[in-house]
Design a protein around this ligand. Structure first.
Ligand code: NAD
Ligand SMILES: O=C(O)C(=O)C[C@@H](O)[C@H](O)[C@H](O)COP(=O)(O)O
Ligand code: ZN
Length: 357
């Protein structure tokens, strides 16, 4: 039986496909066509897979670059080391950067490619749920700095995205769950069928070999692809993809990036739902549904009460803020995202009570 390959198009000035399937190595040569050198960035956890990817690429010269795992790799120092390695290899504008790993590694690889010679081609080979359904799609690339999460980066669309579901066989269960937070986000902002599928069978949603997980992955990719196709640079619509992220990023920073991104976003989603509810925009049942769906996947929905005074200032570096005005994505109903601009601090603290423990 022929394995099914799904191609989800991202349109706009620099169109590409997000390719979902199993055993996708054969897709790589087409994506790196014309390159003499291919740099393969990967964390230690994905060394074997990166070697297989490098071999399948078939480039004359492969430059393997091992980077620190997870958020430790998303730093300007690590990016600078990668640029040194590209320089030593004589990397030119026809060469390609490939990032093999989860969202942290592909965010780094994309940023390395975006800045090298002011922009060379790159291909994310996403190996985590969060990477496949979100990070590798849409061209947002970044590193973290002391002031906050993803504060230095670029919009730099890839040449194509590979989502080989076989990779998920080795992904730890807690990372599958964390990635599902971004899938749940997609359910609330645009595709409620996602929520129904998870509610019907949360165990199947977390099983990397299930048809349910594949459908969830593809549905969430379609949500993101449709948004970034019309608003690559987040001048409006793309902000909806940041649902739950204003508080989520503040938690990640406060935890010094030891929390998984998706875990922090799960708490942020419950907070954002409560903001919608308290402002009379979202009904009680839909707000409560956030906590129920996330908890059915084993995701956290609470954070310490005493952290609030640190989280509020941390939220001020959110990229959606304008001057002193904080802006939050909230829901006016299921799949009806909108913006709440300039809520007062008392309202924010009341919403935080919904997640405080
Ligand atoms: N650019 C964007 O639009 C965007 C969107 C969503 C998330 N992100 C970013 O992505 C990151 C979160 O993504 P993530 O959860 O994939 O994080 P991650 O890259 O840190 O991966 C999580 C862990 O899973 C491991 N891993 C990944 N794939 C594996 C596999 N197949 N087998 C075994 N282990 C594997 C990694 O080594 C790591 O330890 C955050 O930095 C977040 O800011 C970016
Ligand atoms: O693609 C987007 O746009 C998103 O907001 C997706 C988020 O899931 C992702 O975590 C993104 O990196 C956050 O972007 P930021 O601009 O808030 O750093
Ligand atoms: Zn995210």
């Amino acid at each position: 039986m022929t394995a099914v390959v799904t191609r989800i198009p991202v349109t706009g000035d620099r169109p590409y496909d997000v390719i979902v399937g199993r055993g996708l190595e054969g897709e790589l040569p087409g994506l790196i066509e014309g390159a003499t050198r291919v740099a393969v960035l990967h964390p230690p956890t994905l060394r074997d897979r990166a070697e297989a990817v490098a071999k399948a690429a078939g480039a004359a010269t492969v430059v393997p670059i091992e980077v620190p795992d997870a958020e430790r790799g998303k730093s300007i120092e690590v990016a600078a080391r990668c640029w040194d390695e590209l320089g030593a290899a004589g990397f030119t504008r026809t060469d390609v950067v490939v990032g093999v790993g989860g969202g942290a590694t592909t965010d780094l690889a994309g940023y390395v490619a975006a800045a090298w010679l002011r922009g060379v081609r790159w291909v994310p080979v996403a190996t985590s749920v969060a990477g496949m359904v979100d990070a590798a799609v849409g061209g947002k690339t970044a590193v973290n700095i002391a002031a906050g999460k993803n504060l230095v980066g670029a919009f730099h669309p890839p040449a194509g995205v590979l989502c080989d579901l076989d990779a998920l066989d080795t992904l730890p269960a807690e990372d599958i769950a964390a990635g599902m937070a971004e899938v749940v986000k997609g359910g609330f902002i645009a595709d409620p069928r996602i929520l129904e599928l998870i509610e019907a069978d949360p165990a199947a949603a977390l099983d990397p070999r299930s048809a349910v997980l594949r459908e969830l992955v593809e549905r969430k990719i379609r949500v993101k692809a449709q948004v970034v196709s019309v608003d690559l640079k987040e001048s409006g619509l793309r902000e909806i993809l940041n649902y739950g992220h204003t508080l989520g990023h503040a938690i990640e920073r406060r935890e010094k990036y030891t929390w998984k991104h998706g875990d922090a976003i799960a708490v942020g989603l419950v907070f954002a739902a409560e903001l919608g509810r308290l402002t009379g925009r979202l009904d009680d049942a839909t707000a409560a549904r956030h906590r129920a769906v996330l908890e059915s996947l084993g995701l956290p929905t609470t954070y310490p009460q005493g952290a609030w005074t640190e989280l509020l200032p941390a939220m001020r570096v959110d990229k959606k803020a304008r001057a002193a005005t904080l802006r939050f994505v909230v829901l006016d109903g299921l799949a009806q995202p909108g913006i709440l601009a300039g809520p007062d601090e008392e309202l924010l603290e009341r919403a935080y009570a919904a997640v405080a423990r």
